[in-house]
Structures are given as structure tokens and as C-alpha cells.
Ligand binder design. Structure first.
Ligand code: F0G
Length: 449
């Protein structure tokens, strides 16, 4: 049962097929280049794109814009202490700003950092310190068809192999991303977080949790981990996050805000070093690159994120989209993630080789067919890796309704009907850094040049 109603409405419209065709061509078959006005249902990301509550809008008005000692920052400290259990907070303009502050304090050149799976910006910030980010997913994580309650878990076996190869002195920190965005938004069990905690203690490393989607993760734990069957989402969140020495957070996800992020820790020493680095890159430690009003809204959002009715509806809506897609025969990564459904583009467009970018071809067809924008997470976004060809349909929080989800399923079904006619794509122009090419590269249908 949805625990909210709409108070503000934004008009959206579906451009004509001719307009969509033209927009796609002008965008170089890269949907990052589309104007959002030309998009009907925007499932590009769940980051900063959700609807704030009336309480959050009220908090915006009360935001304290003082450079130092802002009251709004005090509200954030209280929310982080209550919801996450940490006493120190270093605010940042968004998650990647917090990553820069934290990893710049913890990681040195030549280090190696295991993570269940690094998100792109995490990988980039660790590499930027001269360190080597290594993914340690469980075996099933990259198998779209495998079933399992916690496919986002860290493989301790892989993490141990990293330490054996490089020595514990080169591994200052072990990271765990919950939910595991780059592994189809799959959850991590508390049991697995405990095992990573023990492992970090064994090798004398810090344990960091990337908490972007901690509330969605906690919801899955209450549903799937026996020990927590009777626990509240708020209790699980505190239990799981409390295992870490620090959390790094994008408020644009489970902070239910449009901007913002932070590092939180109980360690006085880590707090001090993050604070000094934050002054350099983000701002004075009581605003950290955010307006006071945005901090105030995020403080309210953090509390709302662990509300049982909210989070059950949130994760339930993603499941509803997965069910609607499966009912019309669309192949998806199973089980559905906490923030997104990932389409199995390799199975959907099985006549296309990875070199013809089946995921990106599917992204383009979803837009052409129904004005739906998703994002490719396959061989276009991750060149030279052996990942499955996935397309992510991420649901912004509290934004779309059942009719929108039905439209997405009908759109995918229509593409499925004519899938054999879908041609592949080739790159026309790409930037120098291959790791981030999917944001700006342009493509064209194969054989068209
Ligand atoms: N960590 C994870 C797991 C993320 O998913 C993201 C962002 C970040 C860190 C960085 O946070 O965007 O506030 O700087 N993910 C977005 C996405 C962009 O679409 O998945 P940020």
C-alpha cells in the first residue's frame, strides 16, 4: 500500500515518433545527450531525481545558510547519529565528493582496495590515489539467471586472495557497497558484513561501507535473513552500518535529496583528517559544498528513508516493474534489485555480438519505441570486462505510478516483438578516457557509415 499522495505535479509528454527518431539521431544514439523534455519516463538514474516530501520542502525554507556553525548541519548530525549511529559527519556536495575526502585520507599510492564491486566513481577515486581497486563479488553476481537472496555479498575468498597476493600492509581498507549497484542492485546480508568486519580486523584494515542505498538493503535483510525477520528496517540499518569504521554516502539516493553527501565515522583521527581534506575540496565542515537548506532537507530525508511503509513501497515498486516486464516475456536479471530492474540485453537481443553493443541498442529502442530512458551497463560502459550485457531501469523515489510502469512494460514488449530487426551500433567518436566513454561517446547504427 503506497504511503503517500501527490501534492505537486509536473507535466510530462511523449514526443511524436518522428521527434523521438530525430532526437535519438541528434544525440548520437547516446541517451545522455537527450534533453530531458524529450523523455517521457526517465529511468536513467535514481540519483537525485526523486520527489521530496512536504516535510523536506518545509525544511528547505528553514535552512540555515551560516558559513560556520549552521543549525541545519546540527540537524544532519542528529539524523546521522539516530539513523546510522555515527557521531562525526563530514558533509560533501555529493557521494563522489565524500569519496574523494575519505579515500584521500585512507589510501596511498601502491595500495590495493577490495570491494564487493566498485561503483565507477569509487573505482576512479581509488585509482586517482595511485591505488588498485579490486572487485570481489560472489560467483553468482554476474549471472543474470542465478537465484539467491544476497547476490551482492563480498566474496571473502576473493578478498583473502588479494591480501595473499599483495600482503596486508598494502590493504589499508576493505569496502562494501550496499546495495551493490554495479552488481544489479543486489543486497548484502548482515552476516556477510560481519564476516568482512572480522576479515578487516584480521588484516588490520579499516572497514568502509558505501551506504548510498543502505535503507533498501536493510529492507531486503528483514525480508530474507532469518535472524532479522522480526527486526525493523531502522534496527537493521544501524546494526549493519555499525559494523563499519566509516560510511561514505550519497544523499541523492537514500538521503532522499536532490543533492548532497557525507562521510560519517566514530573515529576521532579519521574525522580530523577527513575534515582537513574537506576544507580543501568541499568547504567548511559545517556545510561541505551544500547549501544549508539542502543539508536540512537531507537530514529529514535520512529519517524518512528508514520508515517501514516508505521503504516497503519503494522496493515493492521495483518488484512490480520486474513482474510487469517478466509477464510480457522480457528477460531480466533476477532477482530484481532495490533501486532498479536490470534487463538482460544479451538474451533480449541475442543476435547481436558484444561488439555491436546490444545493451546500448536496447536503450535506444526503448527510447524510440516509448520515450523511455534507461542506461547501458555492459560492453559500452565497461570496455574490456566480461560483464553481462545489462540495461538498468532505475526508478526515482516516490516519482512514478503504476501506469508509468505499465507503459515501460508495454514499450519493452513492443521492442521484443520486433527484436530481430534491431541492428547493432558502432562508436563514431569517443573521449580519451575509456572508463567514462558512455557519458559522452557518440554512436551510429552498424553499416551506416
Ligand atoms: N557509490 C555508489 C554505489 C553509487 O551508486 C554512486 C552514484 C556513488 C557512489 C556516487 O554518488 O552520484 O552522489 O556522486 N550512483 C549514481 C547512479 C550516479 O546512477 O547509480 P554521487
Amino acid at each position: 500500500m503506497v504511503g503517500y499522495k501527490s501534492k505537486v505535479a509536473e507535466q510530462i509528454h511523449l514526443p511524436s515518433r518522428t521527434k523521438r527518431e530525430r532526437a535519438l539521431e541528434e544525440a548520437g544514439y547516446n541517451v545522455f545527450n537527450l534533453d530531458s523534455e524529450d523523455v517521457f519516463i526517465d529511468l536513467l538514474t535514481d540519483s537525485g531525481t526523486g520527489a521530496m516530501s512536504d516535510e523536506q520542502w518545509a525544511a528547505l525554507f528553514r535552512g540555515d545558510e551560516a558559513y560556520a556553525g549552521s543549525r541545519s548541519f546540527g540537524e544532519l548530525e542528529d539524523a546521522v547519529a539516530d539513523v546510522m549511529g555515527f557521531s562525526h559527519v563530514v558533509p560533501a556536495h555529493q557521494g563522489r565528493g565524500a569519496e574523494n575526502v575519505l579515500y584521500g585520507s585512507l589510501v596511498e599510492e601502491g595500495d590495493v582496495v577490495p570491494n564487493n564491486t566498485h561503483f565507477d566513481t569509487t573505482r576512479a577515486h581509488i585509482a586517482n590515489q595511485g591505488a588498485d581497486p579490486v572487485d570481489c563479488p560472489v560467483d553468482d553476481a554476474r549471472d543474470p539467471a542465478a537465484d539467491g537472496p544476497f547476490k551482492g555479498n563480498t566474496s571473502l575468498e576473493r578478498a583473502r586472495a588479494v591480501v595473499e597476493e599483495h600482503g596486508p600492509e598494502r590493504v589499508p581498507v576493505v569496502v562494501q557497497t550496499i546495495t551493490n549497484n554495479s552488481a544489479a542492485g543486489q543486497p548484502v546480508s548482515v552476516e556477510n558484513s560481519r564476516a568482512v568486519r572480522e576479515f578487516a580486523d584480521e588484516i588490520g584494515a579499516s572497514f568502509v561501507i558505501d551506504a548510498c542505498r543502505f535503507a533498501e538493503n536493510a529492507y531486503f535483510v528483514t525480508e530474507r535473513e532469518d535472524e532479522f525477520a522480526d527486526a525493523s528496517v531502522a534496527d537493521v540499518a544501524r546494526e549493519q552500518l555499525g559494523l563499519a569504521d566509516a560510511v561514505v554516502m550519497s544523499g541523492k539516493k537514500d538521503g532522499l535529496a536532490n543533492a548532497g553527501g557525507f562521510v560519517a565515522t566514530d573515529s576521532d583521527a579519521l574525522y580530523e583528517s577527513c575534515k582537513q581534506r574537506a576544507i580543501l575540496y568541499e568547504g567548511f565542515p559545517t556545510y561541505g559544498g551544500m547549501a544549508g537548506r539542502d543539508i536540512a532537507a537531507m537530514a529529514v530525508g535520512l529519517r524518512e528513508a528508514v520508515d517501514e511503509a516508505y521503504v516497503a513501497d519503494r522496493v515493492g515498486q521495483v518488484q512490480e516493474l520486474a513482474d510487469a516486464l517478466e509477464s510480457v516475456g522480457v528477460p531480466i536479471y533476477t532477482p530484481a534489485g532495490g533501486h532498479a530492474v536490470y534487463l538482460d540485453a544479451g538474451a533480449f537481443l541475442s543476435h547481436l555480438e558484444p561488439e555491436a553493443f546490444p545493451g546500448q541498442a536496447l536503450v535506444c529502442e526503448l527510447y524510440r519505441e516509448g520515450g523511455v530512458r534507461g542506461v547501458e551497463l555492459g560492453s559500452f560502459a565497461f570496455p574490456d570486462t566480461d560483464r553481462p550485457e545489462l540495461v538498468r531501469l532505475a526508478l526515482p523515489r516516490r516519482t512514478y505510478h503504476r501506469e508509468h510502469l505499465e507503459h515501460v512494460a508495454e514499450t519493452a514488449a513492443a521492442v521484443l516483438e520486433r527484436r530481430e530487426d534491431v541492428s547493432g551500433l558502432e562508436i563514431e567518436e569517443e573521449p580519451e578516457m575509456a572508463e567514462i566513454r558512455h557519458f559522452t561517446a557518440t554512436l551510429e547504427p552498424t553499416g551506416s557509415s
